[in-house]
Design a protein around this ligand. Structure first.
Ligand code: ADP
Ligand code: ZN
Length: 434
């Protein structure tokens, strides 16, 4: 068994659950006393702090939605004197107006420790050089990851996003061994290097922490092969601090959620009731230790499962599966519900497929037209027309099997699709645009 970063990492189920019960009662008490918004919500639901006796009582507490956070923007949910706040962050705004979260110094310390625990879990040590290739600024993947790597004692390089040439120079000059990177950018970086005649496998990188947006198992394998390094999935959202919420251990089979700090539930999005372990539902999260701006039962809109059974790594913090999609990402084509991840799953199985793709929904005058534009590797694009047509048909057929709608597949040249600054835009609804 690995050494622990701190005691809570290897707590037993009993320890975790006993602590959660105490902390849940505590957070409900604090918002009851400090937040008129939550006081009203709790009173309406007939919940008082005294009535919270065990973690099962969580189900009596009303949900908090993204719209609630927006309605309380910017600082209405803060329950400490504003002079105690030392930082604020925002969500990226992937699905609309961003939400803002403010932190006290203690909140930042706890967050950095949780993040350091994640990195330590996958074998990062103070001897590693850590390059953070994600955007800084309001986005939590910048300073949030940075603080964890520093806390662990890594020499931490705040490289920021983009600028492939500079990233590579830094990796080489400072012998970067661990990187934090968005999945979409990881493939772009690796393929660009190959196009420049370099071998990404020869770089000193041994581990990449990859998250902030959904990606499939096939996508992970591609990044691992391209760089000859281990890729660990990192999940977080600004409303729950940011990265550090869920992180894979070396088993690479599910993300442990640090339950001493976050209380996680998975509910049926329609009924709000808990689903069975193994069933897909919406992740709902409560901050158990945040001081400045606690949030109760936040509806993340992220769809996932709890993985039943104990992880061989010995940690008893619950594992969640890869995010299968955001409720907001789902689109309906010809009456069928489709997630972009289902499409990625299929196209990544074709070795001819390169590093980028884009799904669009158009109106061709007869109804919905689903178009999937796929970048093809440089070396495959020179093949003859017949081979390309064959590939196009095979991809379309496999997609039809998966999503039940026949898409139009366009094979396009490497580097012809737009490259995002931050999180990748995989889907565009062009219906109604002419
Ligand atoms: P936004 O919701 O505007 O993108 P955040 O920057 O707070 O703002 O990002 C949090 C969201 O990013 C999560 O709710 C989730 O949808 C997505 N996300 C983060 N990490 C992962 C991951 N490892 N896998 C899938 N989705 C992720
Ligand atoms: Zn584990």
């Amino acid at each position: 068994m690995d050494k622990a970063y701190d005691a809570a990492e290897f707590w037993s189920r009993d320890q975790i659950e006993a602590t959660q019960a105490v902390r849940l009662k505590n957070v409900v008490t604090r918002v009851w006393n400090g937040s008129p918004f939550y006081r009203k919500r709790l009173e309406e639901a007939g919940v008082t702090p005294e009535s919270i006796r065990s973690i099962a009582d969580i189900e009596r507490i009303p949900f908090t939605t993204k719209d609630d956070l927006r309605s309380q923007y910017p600082l209405n949910l803060v329950i400490v004197p504003h002079s105690k706040l030392v930082r604020m962050h925002c969500s990226s705004g992937t699905t609309g107006t961003p939400t803002a979260i403010a932190h006290t110094q203690n909140d930042l310390n706890v967050w950095a420790d949780l993040m350091a625990r994640c990195l330590h879990m996958v074998g990062v040590t103070r001897d590693d050089v850590f390059q953070n290739m994600s955007g800084y600024g309001l986005f939590t993947g910048g300073l949030g990851i940075h603080a964890g790597a520093e806390r662990l004692g890594c020499m931490t390089i705040p490289a920021g996003a983009g600028n492939t040439k500079r990233q590579i120079k830094l990796v080489k000059d400072f012998k970067t061994t661990v990187a934090h990177i968005l999945p979409s950018y990881a493939l772009i970086l690796g393929e660009r290097l190959r196009e420049m005649g370099e071998d990404p496998r020869k770089l000193p990188l041994r581990i990449a922490v990859v998250g902030a947006e959904p990606y499939t198992e096939g996508f992970r394998k591609r990044i691992e092969d391209l760089f000859d390094m281990k890729v660990y999935n990192s999940y977080g959202l600004s409303e729950m601090n940011g990265p550090s919420v869920g992180f894979e251990c070396r088993e690479q089979n599910g993300l442990h959620i640090w339950e001493d700090a976050y209380l996680a539930e998975i509910v049926d999005p329609a009924t709000g009731r808990h689903v069975q372990p193994g069933e897909v539902g919406e992740l709902v999260m409560t901050t158990l230790v945040r001081e400045g701006m606690p949030i109760l039962r936040y509806r993340t809109r992220d769809l996932t499962t709890f993985i039943p059974g104990e992880c061989p790594c010995g940690r008893r913090h619950m594992r969640m599966g890869r995010i299968v999609g955001r409720a907001d990402d789902m689109f309906i084509c010809k009456g069928v519900n489709i997630y972009p991840q289902q499409i990625e799953d299929v196209i990544m199985q074709f070795k001819e497929v390169g590093k980028n793709y884009l799904i669009t929904l158009e109106d061709d005058g007869l109804g919905d037209l689903l178009r999937v534009k796929v970048e093809i590797r440089e070396e495959c694009f020179v093949e003859d027309m017949r081979a390309l047509q064959g590939l196009q048909q095979r991809i379309a057929r496999r997609l039809k099997d998966e999503i039940l709608v026949t898409p139009k597949v366009d094979l396009v040249q490497s580097n012809s699709l737009p490259v995002p600054e931050g999180k990748a835009v995989r889907f565009k609804d062009l219906r109604g645009e002419k």
